[in-house]
Design a protein around this ligand. Structure first.
Ligand code: FES
Ligand code: FE2
Length: 372
């Protein structure tokens, strides 16, 4: 999609890095099979494929030899015969150089003793989590310092596993999507669920939002606990009447100032293995969640960038939230300083905090990272 970029990271004062550190969705897991797929994120081209061991591999897209794209050939002979993926390695469609899952050149078919160890392309840490392929993006090139966010409910036998809503690309910087975490006063006009209480908790690389109010769409009180782990993956536990559901929203920078987004909802069957009707109910919940989220999405799609927010006395804590976001655009050492400055619970002026709404073990399955 052609993007007219309206604002980039530096315009928002983010930096020094152009793109953030963290785990980011790059594909739906079922879409990545043996045939290599070309993707672009973080202003860079990559290939994704599933090796014969079932491992998903992510490499830089261009071959070192003469810069052919490793995934953008359907007609080369080795692609047509399926010989381009060998074990967990991939061969270039042009002259057949072979790259391992670690990005190293393993073989040049017509050269022996050429000192292959000198040659490698980028290879990126990948996890398959909750039906998604997520990559670790790190502007400093360091290994992950945490595992991706995760819902333990995903592993329950009653879980109705989602298929993602693919929302496509929008020409908006991710920070405007993250603003939602602090945005108390859009909940009425945009979502028909005026807020009755709200607090943000800043906890290192996580920001948590606890809020609730009467939602017109369901004619019920809605209680939500929502958390970002890094800037790419939002998880939210939500309850209205007897329904508990988990919402998932992912956003990944495609280029500076443009973002790709996905959405899904997880529900649990009342008992045992999900039946057809449990699956239907889960799909309805996902459609309901999407209906609500679509209202945000439409605003984002059509707005001008809010380079600076006019934060009124009773507005949400946008400035603090944006400061929290910025930690992922700076080296880890500096990020630790931002975290120690921000860590704690911050209510919104004019609203009660969530202290009356922490009864029970509602949050016991929140804020988890995936098992290694
Ligand atoms: S361009 Fe890839 S092997 Fe020649
Ligand atoms: Fe919203």
């Amino acid at each position: 999609m052609a993007q007219t970029i309206k604002a980039v990271a530096a315009d928002y004062g983010l930096g020094p890095f152009t793109f953030p550190r963290g785990w980011f969705v790059v594909a739906e897991a079922r879409d990545i099979q043996r045939i290599p797929v070309a993707v672009t994120f973080f202003g860079r081209d990559y290939v994704l494929y599933r090796g014969e061991s079932n491992r998903v591999v992510m490499l830089d897209a261009y071959c070192l030899h003469m810069r052919a794209h490793l995934a953008k050939s359907t007609s080369a002979h080795i692609v047509q015969t399926g010989a381009n993926v060998e074990g967990d390695s991939i061969r270039c469609p042009y002259h057949g150089w072979k790259y391992g899952a670690d990005g190293g050149v393993e073989e040049i078919p017509y050269e022996k003793d050429f000192g292959l160890a000198r040659f490698s392309i980028g290879s990126y840490p990948i996890r398959e989590v909750m039906g998604c392929v997520v990559m670790w993006h790190d502007p400093e090139g360091l290994a992950p310092d945490c595992e991706p966010p995760y819902l333990p409910a995903w592993d329950a036998p009653e879980a109705v596993h989602w298929q993602l809503d693919h929302l496509g690309e929008i020409a908006i910087h991710q920070i405007e999507i993250l603003d939602n975490m602090a945005d108390v006063h859009h909940l009425g006009p945009t979502h028909g669920a005026p807020c009755e209480y709200l607090e943000n908790e800043f906890s290192g690389p996580q920001v948590i939002q606890r809020q609730g109010g009467f939602i017109d769409f369901y004619q019920a009180h809605l209680r939500t606990v929502t958390w970002y782990s890094g800037t790419g993956i939002l998880l939210s536990k939500q309850q209205y009447q007897e329904t508990v559901r988990y919402e998932f929203i992912a956003n990944t920078p495609v280029q500076d100032g443009a973002t790709k987004a996905w959405h899904a909802v997880l529900t649990l069957a009342k008992s045992g293995t999900p039946t057809e009707s449990d699956i239907e109910l889960a799909q309805q919940e996902q459609a309901g969640g999407l209906e609500t989220f679509r209202a945000d999405f439409e605003v984002w799609k059509n707005k001008e960038p809010a380079i600076k927010v006019i934060q009124t006395p009773h507005d949400g804590r946008f400035r603090t939230l944006r400061k929290w976001v910025n930690q992922f655009y700076m080296p880890r050492e500096e990020a630790a300083l931002v975290q120690s400055e921000l860590n704690g619970i911050l209510p919104v002026p004019g609203f009660p905090d969530a202290s009356q709404h922490k009864e029970g073990d509602f949050e016991s399955d929140c804020f988890q990272t995936s098992p290694e």
